[in-house]
Ligand binder design. Structure first.
Ligand SMILES: [Zn+2]
Length: 55
């Protein structure tokens, strides 16, 4: 399974656990936030409603 094809928002808890190393990379220096799901990512395509984090 590739994280590139799926948004972090739609991940189930088990999928997050299974991909924990990759998930850590995605959220470690976030540039985007999803206001709907309160998730963050370094690339907008990991989020369903990506908004730029200010900073
Ligand atoms: Zn979302």
């Amino acid at each position: 399974m590739s994280l590139k094809t799926k948004s972090l928002c739609s991940f189930k808890r088990s999928a997050l656990a299974d991909n924990f190393v990759q998930v850590q990379k995605i959220v470690s220096s976030p540039k985007f936030i999803c206001p709907k799901c309160a998730r963050v990512a370094n690339e907008s395509n990991f989020l369903c409603k990506a908004k730029k984090l200010r900073g």
